[in-house]
Design a protein around this ligand. Sequence first.
Ligand code: HPA
Length: 270
Amino acid sequence: MIDRRSPNDKLLSHDASRLEEAAGGPIDLAIVLGSGLSSALRDSFSHVSIPYDTLLGMPVASLRGHAGEALVGTWHGKRVAAFAGRVHLYQGFSPIQVTVNVRLAHAAGAKMVILTNAAGGLRDDMQPGDLMLISDHLNLTGRNPLMGYPHENPFVDMLDAYSPRLRAIAKSVVKPGVRLSEGVYAGLLGPNYETAAEARYLRTIGADAVGMSTVLETIFARCLGMGVLGISMITNIVGAPDTNHAEVTAQGAASGPHLAELIGDVLGKL
Ligand code: HPA
């Protein structure tokens, strides 16, 4: 078979050792932080920061500015690596590159991953600031990270890809006043937001929220046998006028503390 692993994958064991060293042992779980969420998590547990540009295999979005960092530490007794910053297909990265975080976490020992994202709400009962547990997804990116990847079984079972057990735990710990629903996340390529016709189409095919990440990471995590908890922060309502990135990021930052608290409470129950 053609070896389609990125050269980055060959560096994973080096990077995994760095995470394990920083955590004082194998990582129990990884968290991937969506737009605006990083600062809330930074304040939630004591950690060391490993900048992505010091990890040999981690793709970085830009040579200038803030490329991202792994926040590694112990939270509720669990060794955690939280990835503050991810790369996206719409930035021109390949499906293999956007899933390096998942393979790195797995190589460092993680048995589960909590994937978070900013998403547009498609349901009438949603409002910005809501959280949505992802019950299932529609991979509408037209891409798949397992295509050509030399894994012994790429024919991954995706029923209950988003762990019912982890979702039940999340529902059991949610604090009063936090609006948490459950629904189907549609993952699109982006980077533009949806046309009115696309929004109608997404509702018709059963999507409750739409975003530009997460689905490929879930596919790879399931291929590796990891448990997945997916949580969307509804940052805007699809179809509302003038949706823009600044609004999405600002609402992500505003909802961040609620989501960080929910994640901490889930960890406490594992
Ligand atoms: N559409 C797609 N992706 C998004 C949105 C949206 O409305 N909001 C945040 N990410």
